[in-house]
Structure formats: C-alpha cells, structure tokens
Design a protein around this ligand. Structure first.
Ligand SMILES: [Zn+2]
Length: 304
C-alpha cells in the first residue's frame, strides 16, 4: 500500500432544502446546518452542503461563513421550489438547462461565485443531465443512486456504478469521459427498502447507527478488494432535523456513524479523513486517467 493509498475518505453531504414548499421552515434549516457543521468541525473534518436557491438566499451569511472555513457549498436542485414540476428527470435538455442555470445564477448572486458541486433532488435525472452539468461548469457531485428503481420520480439507477467515476455523455448509468466526477452515496447493494425500490444507503435519517455499521463495513471491504483508487465512505442527510440538539436521534445516529467509520477504517488498516466532495473529486482526477467505455456482447452462453 502506498502512502497516498493509506487513507479512506469520509464525506457527509447535506442537501439543504428547509425552505422548499413542502417544509417551509427556514429557521430549522439554519439550526440543522449549524449543528452539522459543528459536528464536523469537532472532528477537524470538512463536509459538503448542497443548497437550493431559496435556502442560500435565506441564510447567505451562514453559507458564506461555511465556505470561508473550508466546507464546500454547492448547488442542490428541486425544480418545484423554482416553479417547475417536481422531477428534473422528466424534462428535456432545454428545460433542464434553464432550471439548473437559473438556480446557479441565484446561488452565485449570494455566494459571489458560481457553484461547482451539484446534487440532484430525488436523484431524478436522465441521459441529458450530465452534459448539461458540464456545460454549466459543474465538476463533480451526485445525480445517481445506484440500485434505485423509482420511475415515478424519474429516478432509475439499476446497474449504475457503486463507486466514483467520470460520468458518461450519452448514458447515465455507464462510466465515461466527461469532466464530471459522479460520487454516489454509499449503499448496501444487496438490500432493498421502500417495497423493493431502493437499496439501504448511508442516509443518516434512513435507519439507526447499527444498520449503518454493516453498510459501511461491507462497502469498505469491497472497495479494498477491488482496489478502488480513492476509497470513500459517502454519507448524506438533509438540514431538516435538529442536529444542533445533542439529544436528537438523528444527531446520535450521525455521531454513531462517525464512530463506526473511524473504527472500521482503523480495523482495516487505514487512516480516515473527512473531506469535501470537491477535494475528493480533485484527488480522483489526479489519480485516475479517463478511459472510454467499450461494451462487448457476452457470448459465453451461445452455442455457436
Ligand atoms: Zn433534496
């Protein structure tokens, strides 16, 4: 193992959407975001906050401060919060570009610069989405949820890669050569939830810390076995819970996940570092050359 390969990275990415019409509680969003940042700061870690336009407009000073202190602030999209229908993956390229660019402009008005990191609401995307993100200057983020089959949300990712990869210009579930590093949330690929439509993932509020333990351990062991070049435990949440309250169940779950991530990483002989997705994506670009995906028909079962 080389020195640079001795680290497992940890990211907590938070979709900040407390001002979305379904929630409409800006004060809760602020408390949650502050609580999450404090938990990461106590570890000496940095995390990623993906913010819908109305959240960044409501609490501009907070997100500017987070960016200044080394956390990542990127863009999160919920088309319904901008006056469109709910799911981005139902739209053609012109409308998707309009939705995302409008949101990016509002973000830049507050943050002083355009977003580079991106997180798609409901992971609702289609084959037009990645090239649009590249065109608009995004370099990394999360559109996918490997294993999810939710056509009712235009969010179908069966067969998508489990780990970090360059997105494909033509097919959202294949790796490709776009200048966009897709960084999927950590999942247990053998589990099914929501009536069989979604795998258990490392979304803090989905289950308790005990359940998350097994997902973290299983994913890390597979990444080690497959010699994944940048190993990552990728957890996600939303700024919709009382993360600043030490007695809150979701906060206890997150703290449990952090303890588990540290212990499992140490047990496997690695160090752990909590970093932003931007830093992790940059590391991936340094280490991993792009390679065109070639598909070949599997003829092993053919008689002739
Ligand atoms: Zn969201």
């Amino acid at each position: 193992m080389t020195a640079e390969d001795s680290v497992v990275y940890f990211n907590l990415n938070t979709d900040c959407e407390a001002t979305a019409p379904a929630v409409a509680d800006a004060a809760l969003g602020k408390r949650a975001t502050q609580g999450l940042a404090a938990i990461l700061d106590a570890e000496g870690w940095r995390g990623s906050f993906f913010v819908i336009p109305t959240d960044v407009e409501a609490h501009g000073a907070l997100y500017q401060e987070l960016a200044k202190s080394g956390h990542e602030v990127g863009l999160h999209i919920h088309p319904a919060a901008q006056g469109y229908a709910e799911f981005c993956g139902l739209y053609g390229p012109e409308t998707q570009e309009k939705i995302i660019s409008e949101a990016a402009e509002r973000f830049a008005q507050v943050m002083g610069e355009p977003p580079q990191g991106f997180s798609m609401g409901y992971a609702s995307a289609n084959d037009y989405t990645y090239p649009i993100l590249v065109k608009l200057g995004f370099t990394h983020g999360m559109c996918s949820k490997p294993g999810r089959i939710l056509p009712e949300c235009a969010s179908v990712w069966a067969g998508a890669p489990l780990f970090m990869h360059y997105a494909n210009a033509h097919n959202r579930i294949l790796p490709g050569t776009l200048d966009f590093v897709e960084i999927p949330v950590t999942i247990d690929w053998e589990s099914r939830m929501w009536g069989g439509k979604h795998p258990q993932d490392l979304r803090i509020e989905l289950v308790d810390a005990k359940n998350h333990y097994y997902t973290i351990e299983k994913s890390l062991q597979r990444q080690i076995a497959e010699k994944i070049p940048v190993k990552l435990i990728n957890a996600c949440t939303h700024n919709l819970f009382e993360y600043n309250d030490p007695g809150d169940f979701r906060r206890e779950t997150l703290e449990g996940v952090i303890v588990h991530a540290k212990n499992i990483t140490a047990k496997c002989g690695y160090q752990i570092a909590g970093r932003t997705l931007q830093e992790i994506a940059q590391l991936y670009v340094q280490r991993v050359p792009k390679e065109e995906t070639k598909l070949e028909l599997d003829r092993r079962g053919y008689l002739k």
